[in-house]
Design a protein around this ligand. Sequence first.
Ligand code: FEO
Ligand code: CA
Ligand code: CA
Length: 646
Amino acid sequence: MSRLIKTDDSVVNDSSNLAFSSILDASLQRRGLLKGLGASLALGLAGSSVSQLAAAANAPLAPLSLGFTGLPFTTDDVVHVPAGYHANVLYAWGDPVGVPGKMPAFKQDASNSAEEQAVQAGMHHDGMAYFPLPFGSAHSKRGLLAINHEYTDDGLLHTDGMAHWSEKKTAKAQAAVGVSVIEVEDTGKGWRVVRPSALARRITATTPCAIGGPAKGHALMKTQADPKGERILGTLNNCANGQTPWGTYLTCEENWSDYFANNGELSADDKRYGIKATDTGYKWAETDFRFDRQVTPNEAHRFGWVVEIDPFDAKSTPVKRTALGRIKHEGATVVLAPDNRVVVYMGDDQRFEYIYKFVSSKTYNPKNRKANFDLLDHGTLYVARFDKDNTGHWLELSHGKNGLTAANGFASQADISIHTRRAADLVGATKMDRPEWIAAHPHKPYEIYCTLTNNSERGKDGKAGVDAANPRVDNTFGQIIRWFEGDNNPASTAFVWDLFALGGSPTGKGNKKASVQGDTFGSPDGLKFSSNGLLWVQTDVSTSTLNEKDYLGMGNNQMLAVIPERGEFRRFLTGPRGCEITGIAFTPDNRTLFINIQHPGETSSERSDPAAPKAISAWPDGAAGGRPRSATVVIRRDDGGVIGVA
Ligand code: FEO
Ligand code: CA
Ligand code: CA
């Protein structure tokens, strides 16, 4: 079948990147402010450390330079990459994962059964990581891809969409979320999925998972089906991800509350996490009483976690790491402190929610892989406060500290890990504009970037107004914030920060009717460094915004390459209609890039109607193929060179 992907070789973008130079100027001014912080001993940093941080922020230009012609905005139903590059679909919803003896083909009319879906690619690909094969090697031609499948569009998932909802439909939807682990190889003529593979597996909303950390065995984690509170069926709404130095994959449960319903009195926990009388359209609670709070009240406590998966063992049991807190986890970015403690950065993606980090008690052991398997169960959880003088503090979420006591409703660390949002409220964390991905500079792991994708409610109806880190009301297009950890140590409890870039118009206006041009972008979401120090930004301007006439100038969602030291942005990829771009994985040699196209053709309702006459996208299969499908795309340079650079 023909895939609607082509290389764009006709476009010249001679933008001078003015959009970002103005933003960068503002940023540099802030950096000037940072220099003045040397005397701020209240920060808890030695003056020399602050000077070091300021020096890092003002580091000389990196030797990197961008080596491609930037793309313009696009509105067609195609993945565009620059001249000299090619992009191919590798793994689309419904493609067999490669489990030996179980490789059902995708049926274009969506008539695959739940059992078949459980061994096929799930829907709505999101975060992703590449693991070289064999374990411990740095091979760039054979490896594993672990891929999140965030949620389902049930209009597309079933032949007749959401009509006549049934147990079977719930079962298929539950088989279409979770994670894929696929084996991939570069044959010399392009990448392919290795089928069959002994390592191929799907993890779904019914795969048994273990529990690690303080909430294991807690009364709030026990259900009739799991009286010990030690075993949970499945993971869902797997959004962004992380990857540990010991070769495991972290998948993050984001909008889990959307699957639950409580047609009774809402608890404080329901209200704080957004569970309502009915779900947001998944209908699982109608046939699976795990998701009905009236029938299984504790099941909702068993979601909202970071889940660790060993991709090198298809029989391994995923573990929910409760020490990392229960929030709407976007991603889990792992770096090592100088003493080899493990630091995990995490965003809670909802309006006015927080940025967290976890610091392990024990240290990473590079010589004994399995000795690291419980590192994420023991450590300290923090939440961030961004002060207006461009300093910041990590506020400890430990039982007995900062008011987190029984008198305030926290009888134990388990209480804090289950009710993390409430604990963060109590210690005074800064309410952010929807924290999405977090990226650490590969050569300076104390230099951290976080996408804050948007917040249309900022300053409205009595809600929190602007602050230094979230400076715009009715913030449609978001910003990227950056911080430098004290003493060049990711485990530090203090930092200095600045705003790295504002989404939207060149004047920094983030509201409607923004004038967009050049290498501007909106609603940054995916964010990751390649190992050579290039920063990659992916966007998720919402479908409802993209469809508004005012925003047509923004084009389809996109991916940009950034030289952070220069604040230089250049558009590298644009997606088909109605999609978001997400998931970033490079091979160790940076010559192959994997990305995901999620929800091509999405409607504003996020639920498609298969009977609708005019779908806006038929990507990747084209009109003859029928339903649009999320997919992993592999990108290479025609000459096999390093992606993005000259
Ligand atoms: Fe699943 Fe916040 O994106
Ligand atoms: Ca996201
Ligand atoms: Ca998003």
